[in-house]
Write a protein that binds this ligand. Structure first.
Ligand SMILES: C[S@@+](CC[C@H](N)C(=O)[O-])C[C@H]1O[C@@H](n2cnc3c(N)ncnc32)[C@H](O)[C@@H]1O
Length: 256
């Protein structure tokens, strides 16, 4: 996991590994973690690695998580970073998991930067987990997962399921269309054709060690326009990483 996606699994994680990998190992006919590691080293193909990543990543997320970021985005960050007359901008949700984060951003943008008023924005949403991305692309969630979204926003941006989808909601296609999902390994090789006005990279750096975090943050900075913003998770501090960023508040940074 460390080699492939930077995730640092500390000593003492064996019970976690056994619980998460049990099914995968049984399917492969492997009896122990040692056998599984041996399998990964000698015979695993890309699909096997992807299966390991799906099993061992934590894709936990929820709508409007750390809500002050979204408020800051629409009220402070965008008004500052957009040039006079600039109506087009792009946002990257860099560890999008099952989609709640990019769709929360989309809801806020639809409210404050409506396309009918000529705003033209897109959200690039990426994650390393294929399984999480499949959920994100489907854009269907159990109704209790959207309980914290104000009722008028729910009516505007979500459809209630009926029949076999009773008890579920779906992000309306016209909003979901604004979010493009892609598989991207933050510690692998990647580039973007244009930098973003704002990057969300939240609650993923906690899984990385300091050197991986340093490299990642410096790299992310290359994809943020000067004066643009980087949001991290509340538990993730970038102090001392020596990156071209100014800390505005804990977890909110501006590109120098
Ligand atoms: C806890 S979720 C965070 C979701 C969302 N950003 C939030 O704050 O609610 C962490 C996500 O990071 C993803 N992840 C872990 N390592 C990654 C890597 N090397 N590249 C891309 N995504 C990665 C995991 O698959 C997981 O979906």
């Amino acid at each position: 996991m460390y080699q492939h996606c930077g995730i640092h699994l500390q000593e003492g994680k064996e019970p976690f590994l056994r619980a998460r990998l049990g099914k995968v190992m049984r399917r492969l006919g492997l009896a122990s973690l040692a056998e599984y590691v041996e399998f990964l080293r000698t015979r695993a193909d890309a699909a096997d690695v992807s299966q390991m990543v799906d099993a061992l990543t934590t894709n936990y997320s929820y709508f409007l998580r750390e809500p002050e970021h979204f408020e800051f985005l629409v009220r402070q960050a965008l008004p500052k970073v957009l040039q006079p007359g600039q109506k087009q901008f792009r946002i990257w949700s860099a560890a999008a998991a099952t989609g709640e984060e990019p769709y929360s951003i989309a809801v806020f943008l639809a409210e404050y930067y409506p396309r009918v008023s000529g705003w033209d924005w897109h959200i690039c949403a990426s994650d390393i987990s294929t399984k999480a991305l499949a959920v994100a692309r489907r854009a269907i969630y159990p109704a209790d997962r959207v309980a914290q979204i104000p009722p008028d926003w729910l009516r505007r941006y979500f459809q209630r399921g009926t029949g076999r989808w009773e008890g579920h909601v779906r992000v309306k296609p016209e909003l979901a269309r604004q979010v493009a999902f892609q598989r991207l390994n933050l510690v692998g090789n990647y580039t973007h054709p244009q930098p973003f006005e704002v990057v969300f990279c939240r609650n993923v750096m906690i899984y990385f060690d300091r050197s991986t975090q340093t490299e990642l943050v410096r790299r992310l900075c290359r994809f943020v326009v000067p004066g643009g913003y980087l949001f991290t998770g509340h538990a993730e501090t970038l102090n001392g990483l020596n990156a071209p960023l100014r800390c505005l508040r804990p977890s909110i940074y501006q590109r120098l």
